[in-house]
Design a protein. Structure first.
Length: 201
């Protein structure tokens, strides 16, 4: 692999990781701005009788995602330690795609709650293993630069992704927001195939 090809492979790998972190930031925080929409659609009886109570009930979706993060981070990281990191990252990105697609398709509040728990599971492992992959891609001497690049996706998600997702959900339906999130993860998954080539430069 010549220097130009190696540079492109490294850039593509880091961009894929950043896309994944963008999707994680978006899916984690966008729910907060869509609670009234979720409550109205998935808890119609409660919404009719007491909208504020319905919104509070929908707030459990945030807690379930956080619970998924707490459960998944140590469990997944420990379980996949012996597997090649590039394959683990592809699997995590694919899981994030599927679980957010389940959220998009949720026919009931219970299904939505379950999908949010599942969506939180790969969160911590993605960032933890992604940091190691970034170090593999750029080398130990540029480890911090690689990690910072990956986390840029999370920063952009908070500044751009979450407000945009909230706007889409409030104006076109919350399912559109999670469909967009699933598409983001699908793009990240497709890009993760470049990680192995970049790390083995």
């Amino acid at each position: 692999m010549d220097a130009s090809t190696s540079r492109r492979a490294r850039t593509a790998a880091l961009v894929a990781l950043a896309i994944g972190s963008f999707g994680i930031g978006m899916t984690e925080f966008v729910v907060m701005g869509l609670l009234p929409d979720l409550a109205k659609d998935l808890l119609p009886a409660s919404w009719t009788s007491d909208p504020e109570s319905a919104i509070a009930q929908a707030g459990v979706l945030i807690s379930l995602y956080a619970l998924g993060v707490v459960i998944g981070a140590p469990t997944i990281a420990g379980a996949v330690a012996r597997f090649p990191r590039h394959r683990v990252m592809i699997a995590l990105a694919l899981a994030l795609t599927v679980f957010n697609a389940l959220t998009f398709l949720a026919p009931s509040f219970e299904w939505m709650a379950f999908s949010r728990l599942l969506a939180g599971l790969p969160h911590g492992a993605y960032f933890g293993i992604g940091a190691l992959v970034a170090a593999d891609v750029l080398g130990p001497e540029r480890r911090a630069q690689g990690i910072a690049f990956v986390l840029t996706g999370l920063t952009i998600a908070n500044v751009v992704g979450v407000p945009l997702g909230t706007f889409l959900g409030q104006n076109y339906g919350w399912r559109v927001t999670f469909m967009a999130v699933a598409v983001v993860f699908a793009l990240g998954t497709a890009g993760h195939r470049r990680i192995r080539a970049a790390a083995s430069r």
